[in-house]
Design a protein around this ligand. Sequence first.
Ligand code: 57M
Length: 362
Amino acid sequence: MLYHLLFPLHDRFSALNVVQYITFRTAAASLSAFAISLVCGPILIRKLREFQIGQVIRLEGPQSHKTKAGTPTMGGLLILVAALTPTLLWAKLDNPYIWIAMLSTTLFGAVGFADDYLKLTRRNHHGLRPRYKMGWQIVVATAVGLVLLYLAQSGAYNTRLIFPFFKRLIPELGWWYLPFAVFMLVSITNAVNFTDGLDGLAISTFAIAAAAYTALAYVTGHRMLADYLLIVRFPQSGELTVFCGALVGASLGFLWFNSYPAEIFMGDVGSLALGAALGTVAILIKQELLFGIVGGVFVAEALSVLLQISYFKATGGKRIFRMAPLHHHFELSGWSEPKVITRFVIAAILCALMSLTTLKLR
Ligand code: 57M
């Protein structure tokens, strides 16, 4: 919004010229998001405690989690406000990608909010029935996919699939892109959701992935860099750099309070929204499969669940891991919670760096 208000004045006030640069607006969005988090965080925590909106701990979980009962949850509301407000302030609002990213994030967050609300009112960890929770995620993801197909018809998007490392392998999926996009969006969202099981684990690994996508969005939208790196370029996708910058700032701000020992949990309203934000950006900048590297920690967490459940069913009750997702396995192997988190963050940083090197290794 500020771009549309301030840039027209740059003839009279030359300093305002700076608002035309994505880099400036991304930095401003990131800092604004961080500031909003730090100011609003304590207020929200106080309010959540006042209304006793606290986490119900699952009985079958690790014993060490029992002390977390009652921790204020639904902190994802803070993340959403801290990320969307700066995006509305600093991004060009005539860019359809910005609106797709914000709406997808908000609608997945709404599904998570409904789940959190039901858990709180029922005072147990059963929120939305799994079929409804998954069903609504598929409905929202399908809506996003249909909008992308519509944009593809007008040339503002394309339904090709980009493979990391293989610059000439870019098959046209056509209508098949719809189920692919739905699968990607729902899978990434649930992978982030599974990861949110230790203090600061999901938000810190998310911040690292969002930082990588900030760089990827900038390069994808930058004429010279995209051509030099032979990346499928959409001028519109560059503006997503501002949205990603806001996500990074909001994540670091939430991590301020969610770091061990957590004063607040994000809840499903946060984990589903963050997963959708990452998945939507990955799809919009045509770096869908690269998420396998950028979000390597999320992929490992989700795979550990799939392997654990499949093996459990196949062997009539045996387990591969002490407990899934993966972070619980290491917890039950004797690693302290901060040690699990720190080592997962190190892995996330390595994944993000590797993902950026793939731009050149093609
Ligand atoms: C998301 N939610 C946390 C918090 C957070 C199929 C199965 C793998 C599903 C999975 C599951 O239920 N995942 C849901 C994980 C929960 O966190 C809340 O949920 C929100 C995110 N959705 O914001 O509100 C607990 O995680 C801990 N936590 C922290 N710090 C944080 O900053 O300590 C969360 C955030 C919180 C708190 O204890 O209560 C969760 O774990 O439920 N199930 C599991 O993850 C369970 N695994 C399991 O059952 N494994 C089985 C099979 C099914 C694979 C097995 O290994 O055989 C584990 N999680 C828990 N208890 N809590 C184990 C049982």
